[in-house]
Design a protein around this ligand. Structure first.
Ligand code: SIN
Length: 487
C-alpha cells in the first residue's frame, strides 16, 4: 500500500516522553483508507491513564523547554521544518492514504503545514515585551510575555498535518510543551511529524502524541486536568461548545477554530472566469471538506446563467477517484456517514425546489468500495434550505440568485457562523463596504484561497476564538505579565 523512501515514518505507537509506546491495555484501533475501505494498519488505542501520564510528562518538560533561549527553540523548529520538507513526498503519501485527498493536494498540505513550523521558528525570536510610560518618575513599567504552560491540542481529520503544525509550532515557539490528540481517522500523519520532530532534536516530552479511538474520554482528561493550561481545538462548533464547558472549571485558555458557512458572492461586474476559478478551488479543495470552503453561492441575477454554465464546464474537468491515482482532483469523503449526510442536504434542497444542473458520474466499482460523492451543482436553491444553513463538507455547490447589494449582504450575514467569506467584484467602493459589513474573520476579495501562514486564520460569531498563524498566532500561547518597578 505504501511506497515510502523512509519507512520509519510509518508509526503505529503513541509518542510520550520521547518514547514510542503501546496502550497500557495493548488495545489498538484500525485506521482505514477512505478510498478503498481497506484497513491500513492498527494504531495504539490509548485512554485516560496514558493521557494523564503524557500531561505529567509535558508539565515537567515544559519547565526545561521554557528555559531554553528563544534562539535555541527557533533553531530546533527550523530543523524540524527542514526535515518535514525533505520528507514531503513520503508524508504526502501517508496523508493521502489515511485521509483521501489527491496526492498533489497532500503535497500542498505538507508544505502548508511546514510553513507554520518555519514561520513560528522565526516568530520564536520575536516574542517582544514592552516598556510603558509610567504615571510617576520613580516608576518603570515593563511587560514580559511568558509561556502559558502545558498546551493540549485536538486536531481534525481534514488537515491532519497542517492543523497539528499550526498549533504545535506556536506552542513550542512560546516555550510551551504539548499533548496532542490527533483525529482517530488520521493519526499516522501526526505520528510521522512527531518522528521528524524527534529526529530534529526536539527534546522528548515537549511533543506528546496520544492516539486513541475514544476521543471523548481523552478529551475529558485534556480539558479536566488542571496541569493543562490551554486547549487549542479545530473541529465542529458543537464539540467546541462542549469543550468550552469542560475547560470552564479551571478557566483554561482556549483557541477554537470551529465550523464555517462561507458565502461566495459574485457581483454583476465580476471577472467571471476568475470567479469560476476561485469557486472551483474554494469549493472542491479536499472534496469540499474544509472549514473555509465556499458553502453558499450568491450570484447576481444578471450573470447567474453565464456563471453556472462556466462552472459546469469547469466541474466537467474534475476527476473523482482514489487520491493516489494519476490526475485525480477529487478524492473520497472521510466516511460513509459523511456521504449520507451530504445526500440528506441535497435531498432537502431538491425538496425545496432546487434542481441538479450537473452531477459527475462515478465509476461504480470504485464508488461501491470508497466513500465517494459526485461533484454536484444545484440551481435555484432556496435560501432556507439546510444546504445553505449547515456546513456541507462535501463537493456540492448550490447557487442562489440575488438582485441588490443590500439583499446579498443580508443573505451572507444570516448565519451563526463567521469564519470565511468571498466576494468577486471590480468596484473599489463596494469592496470597501463589503470589507466592513461582511461578518467573517477572513474575507477573500477576488480570490478563493485565503490560507497561508503569514495571515491570521480564525473566525467570529460561532466560528471560534483566537487566531492561528501570523504575528497574532503566538498571542494565545503566552501570558502577559506587567512588572511595576519603583526606584
Ligand atoms: C480547516 O478546514 O479547518 C482549515 C483550512 C485551512 O487552513 O485552509
Amino acid at each position: 500500500m505504501f511506497n515510502l523512501r523512509n519507512s520509519l515514518l510509518l508509526r503505529t505507537q503513541a509518542f510520550i516522553d520521547g518514547e514510542w509506546c503501546n496502550a497500557d491495555t495493548h488495545k489498538t484501533f484500525a485506521v482505514k483508507n477512505p478510498a478503498t475501505g481497506e484497513i491500513i494498519t492498527q494504531v495504539a488505542d490509548l485512554g485516560v491513564t496514558e493521557t494523564r501520564r503524557a500531561i505529567v510528562v509535558a508539565a515537567r518538560t515544559q519547565q526545561v523547554w521554557a528555559q531554553k533561549t528563544a534562539k535555541e527553540r527557533s533553531q530546533l523548529l527550523r530543523a524540524w521544518f527542514d526535515l518535514v520538507m525533505q520528507h514531503q513526498d513520503d508524508l504526502a503519501q501517508i496523508l493521502t492514504i489515511e485521509q483521501g485527498k489527491p496526492l498533489a493536494e497532500a503535497r500542498g498540505e505538507i508544505a502548508y503545514g511546514a510553513s507554520y513550523i518555519e514561520w513560528f521558528s522565526e516568530e520564536a525570536k520575536r516574542i517582544y515585551g514592552d516598556v510603558i510610560a509610567p504615571p510617576s518618575v520613580d516608576q518603570r513599567i515593563l511587560v514580559i510575555k511568558q509561556p502559558v504552560g502545558v498546551v493540549a491540542t485536538i486536531t481534525p481529520w481534514n488537515f491532519p498535518c497542517a492543523m497539528l503544525a499550526r498549533k504545535i509550532a506556536p506552542a513550542l515557539a512560546a516555550g510551551c510543551a504539548v499533548v496532542a490528540k490527533p483525529a482517530a481517522e488520521t493519526p499516522l500523519s501526526a505520528l510521522a511529524l512527531a518522528f521528524l520532530a524527534q529526529q530534529a532534536g526536539i527534546p522528548g516530552g515537549v511533543i506528546n502524541i496520544v492516539t486513541g479511538a475514544d476521543s471523548a474520554a481523552i478529551g475529558s482528561e485534556l480539558t479536566g486536568n488542571p496541569l493543562v493550561r490551554k486547549l487549542s481545538f479545530t473541529g465542529s462548533t458543537a464539540v467546541g461548545k462542549q469543550l468550552i464547558q469542560q475547560c470552564a472549571p479551571d478557566v483554561k485558555r482556549i483557541t477554537l477554530e470551529l465550523g464555517g458557512n462561507a458565502p461566495f458572492i459574485v457581483f454583476d461586474d465580476a471577472d467571471l472566469d476568475a470567479a469560476v476559478a476561485g469557486a472551483m478551488v474554494s469549493k472542491f479543495r479536499n472534496a469540499g471538506q474544509t472549514c473555509v470552503c465556499a458553502n453558499r453561492f450568491y450570484i447576481h441575477r444578471s450573470v447567474y446563467a453565464q456563471f453556472s454554465e462556466k462552472l459546469i464546464a469547469a466541474m466537467n474537468l474534475l476527476s473523482v477517484g482514489n487520491g493516489m491515482g494519476e490526475g485525480v482532483s477529487v478524492g473520497p469523503l472521510i466516511s460513509l456517514a459523511a456521504v449520507k449526510k451530504v445526500q440528506v442536504l441535497v435531498d432537502d434542497a431538491l425538496a425545496r425546489g432546487a434542481h441538479i444542473a450537473y452531477q459527475a458520474t462515478l465509476d461504480l466499482t470504485e464508488a461501491a468500495q470508497g466513500n465517494f460523492y459526485p461533484p454536484t451543482l444545484l440551481l435555484n436553491v432556496s435560501p432556507d434550505s439546510a444546504l445553505t444553513r449547515q456546513e456541507i463538507f462535501g463537493p456540492v455547490a448550490g447557487l442562489i440568485a440575488f438582485d441588490t447589494d443590500q439583499q446579498v449582504i443580508a443573505f451572507a450575514n444570516d448565519s451563526e457562523f463567521g469564519l470565511a467569506a468571498y466576494c468577486y467584484t471590480q468596484n473599489a467602493k463596494r469592496i470597501k463596504h463589503l470589507s466592513e459589513v461582511l461578518e467573517a474573520g477572513m474575507l477573500g476579495i477576488n480570490t478563493g484561497i485565503i490560507s497561508n501562514e503569514m495571515a491570521p486564520f480564525g473566525g467570529i460569531k460561532q466560528s471560534g476564538w483566537g487566531r492561528e498563524g501570523s504575528l497574532y498566532g503566538i498571542d494565545d500561547y503566552v501570558s502577559v505579565k506587567y512588572l511595576c518597578e519603583r526606584f
